[in-house]
Write a protein that binds this ligand. Structure first.
Ligand SMILES: [Fe+2]
Length: 173
């Protein structure tokens, strides 16, 4: 009887190091981050980078910016100077055109766009192989929103098919 009482007491206490307690505290941290994390990301807090795909400025990159209130997204601006690299990943994402005019070649189809447009890239059984073009003489920029849990659930790949020319020239490739 005494042993049974002792066992019950132990079970009702939080067991440090248990997987349940990890999950419990992880949820607490998630809620805390939502309450107190950064909710305005200043443009001046982020840098442009030249990548294989293009000239990009990332505002949200899952765990790369731990101070932000949300971490399930990639949110970035792409400044299409002339022509981006080409890569393939799954759809389910949204691009909003901030300025300029351009086009996106997606699985062989050309989609034209201009400032103020919202471009939807739907899911596709084969994924989306795509690249972007600036159609004018002014900057052409869009803002992308990619929800990572959705991408994970559809097992989205990220495969570079062609590198942006400026990147290849800079890297001497
Ligand atoms: Fe893409």
């Amino acid at each position: 009887m005494a042993d049974a009482t002792k066992t019950r007491t132990r079970e009702t206490e939080a067991a440090p190091g248990s997987k349940y307690e990890y999950c419990y505290s992880q949820r607490g941290e998630f809620v805390e981050k939502g309450k107190n994390g950064t909710i305005v990301i200043k443009e001046s807090d982020r840098e442009w980078e030249i990548s294989r795909q293009g000239h990009l400025k990332f505002y949200l990159v899952d765990t790369q910016y731990p101070e932000t209130a949300l971490s399930d997204w990639w949110v970035f601006v792409h400044d299409i100077k002339r022509q981006s690299g080409m890569h393939r990943h799954q759809g389910g994402l949204v691009l909003f055109v901030l300025e300029g005019k351009g086009a996106t070649e997606c699985n062989g189809e050309m989609i034209e766009w201009e400032e103020g447009d919202c471009i939807l890239l739907p899911f596709h059984p084969d994924g989306l192989a795509h690249r972007h073009f600036n159609r004018g003489t002014e900057p052409a920029k869009w803002l992308a929103f990619i929800h990572l849990p959705t991408w994970n659930h559809v097992a989205s790949e990220m495969s570079q098919i062609e590198e942006m020319r400026e990147f290849k020239e800079r890297s001497g490739a």
